[in-house]
Design a protein. Structure first.
Length: 87
């Protein structure tokens, strides 16, 4: 079973490139460009890793990370999060 990775980045180019690389390595990916959608995805899907852009429209990556860490679901609150930024 492949690992599932959430890619939260507002750049289509970065998302597409990251997805292509991860798919060739047999990872399952889900992407979103909007910070407001991240929590919806985290609450409905089990991820093994989150690649989080710091500057997202809606809610920024730092605030989202704090919200994820505060979740009552122990597994979801401890998912590894790697901050990324192209700026």
């Amino acid at each position: 079973m492949s690992k599932k990775i959430l890619i939260a980045d507002d750049s289509s180019v970065i998302q597409t490139l990251t997805k292509k690389i991860l798919i060739t390595l047999n990872y399952d990916t889900v992407g979103t460009k909007n910070g407001s959608k991240v929590m919806e995805l985290v609450n409905t899907t089990e991820f093994d890793l989150i690649l989080m852009d710091i500057n997202l429209p809606g809610v920024n990556g730092m605030e989202l990370t704090r919200e994820i860490r505060a979740l009552k679901d122990n597994k979801k609150s401890k998912v590894p999060i790697i901050a990324i930024s192209s700026a």
